[in-house]
Design a protein around this ligand. Structure first.
Ligand code: COA
Length: 364
């Protein structure tokens, strides 16, 4: 039997030419439309990176202002479409985000990247507010996208240090090669369907713990470990029980995910501005323990920290509840999804792979 097919996760299969981002798994490098992620995160507004992905160049001056206005308008229009009364029935933020986004239509103007990106932020924040016992807050179009998202989500005036931490996060996760949710969006787009449908499919793919659902469990793990001295024994016990260590390993990276370092840096800056939670030191100890234990178990397969590891600690320090982590991932990644929708449309070719039939032979 050809096991390369039956175990296939399409490893190494190139399904598109893209100008949007390059993931170099051997060297641990992420380039977003011609810019190293280390240069963008912490130095560039989310609006600018969204504009970069959608137009191919970092917008400045009036062009940047136009992206800012379009995103603000997207938030305002999405809020007008929000059926807030339906949110409490969703225990899971990704379920709520998927359902709220699915109500939008291309006919109402939500085929446009800025509208969809605004909508995802508004719905993710609204669900978190409702879950915390509050009412969804209307967007403030005067604020930056990151600041408004944080304000709508927490109900508090946006604190500059926390906004900076969140913005670095949103920029860091905005695009990342042909990941599962991006591929889902491109498959839907390739059928000639609309952008809302593509983004709903992508949200569904991002929900899974092997993709965007890991950061909440990373924080659960840090809580369970409690202090650096307990890390090694806890990790060993998890591996012995056959469980995966969340936030470790990656399909593409053979070294530490460069986004882990970027987020670790953003967290260190936030801890300088705010009383330290102590979680950064704990996270570093757990990462070291996990890397060592995984190296011992899989000597031929380097498994290091991925983006989710420091996402958990950074978003916690920003003041987000862990239930809001995956929806916040979607709020950043939606910029990349929309860019891939545009790019896929330009190729115009249906994505339709083949399968190999291994079922019973037909009855004679
Ligand atoms: N903890 C324990 N074992 C792990 C592991 C982890 N985090 N990641 C991979 N492995 C194991 C696999 O089980 C596999 O073992 P096996 O051959 O005995 O089955 C081996 O390492 C090789 O796995 P690999 O081919 O590298 O995994 P993948 O490419 O299919 O999966 C992930 C990549 C990201 C899904 C995987 O590393 C994982 O589940 N990580 C934890 C979840 C996570 O952090 N997701 C966010 C990704 S950004």
């Amino acid at each position: 039997m050809d096991t390369t097919v039956t175990r296939s996760g399409l490893d190494g299969v190139v399904v598109a030419d893209t100008r949007l981002s390059e993931v170099d798994g051997e060297r641990g490098r992420l380039v977003v439309a011609g810019h190293d992620i280390e240069r963008l995160a912490g130095a560039t507004a989310f609006e600018a990176v969204a504009g970069l992905l959608w137009s191919g160049a970092l917008p400045q001056g009036e062009a940047l202002e136009a992206v800012r206005r379009a995103l603000a308008e997207g938030r305002v229009r999405a809020f007008a479409q929000l059926k807030a009364a339906e949110l409490p029935r969703f225990a899971d933020g990704m379920d709520a985000l998927r359902a709220a986004t699915a109500r939008l239509t291309a006919e109402d103007g939500f085929d446009a990247p800025a509208r969809l990106t605004g909508a995802v932020a508004v719905y993710a924040a609204a669900w978190a507010r409702v879950r915390a016992g509050g009412r969804p807050l209307a967007p403030d179009p005067q604020l930056s996208h990151a600041a408004d998202y944080l304000r709508m989500l927490t109900g508090e005036p946006a604190d500059p240090a926390r906004v900076a931490g969140l913005e670095a996060y949103l920029v860091t996760v905005a695009d990342h090669g042909m990941n599962a949710s991006t591929f889902a969006a491109r498959v839907v787009t390739s059928t000639g369907s609309d952008a809302v449908s593509a983004i709903v499919a992508a949200i569904g793919a991002l929900k899974g713990p092997l993709h965007g659902g890991a950061p909440g469990p990373v924080l659960d793990m840090l809580d369970a470990i409690g202090e650096p001295a307990r890390a090694a024994r806890w990790i060993e016990a998890e591996l012995a029980a056959g469980r995966r260590i969340m936030g470790m390993g990656h399909r593409i990276y053979r070294v530490r995910d460069p986004r882990a370092a970027v987020l670790e840096g953003a967290l260190a800056r936030l801890e300088q501005a705010k009383p330290a939670t102590g979680r950064l030191a704990l996270a570093r100890a757990v990462e070291r323990a996990a890397e060592g234990a995984l190296r011992a178990k899989y000597p031929d397969r380097p498994l290091a920290a991925n983006v989710e590891f420091y996402t958990a600690v950074l978003l916690d320090a920003v003041g987000l509840d862990r239930a809001a982590f995956s929806p916040t991932f979607a709020a950043g990644r939606v910029a990349g999804w929309c860019a891939h929708v545009l790019e896929q449309r330009a190729t115009g070719r249906l994505i339709r792979p083949a399968s190999r039939y291994v079922g019973p032979a037909p009855n004679a």
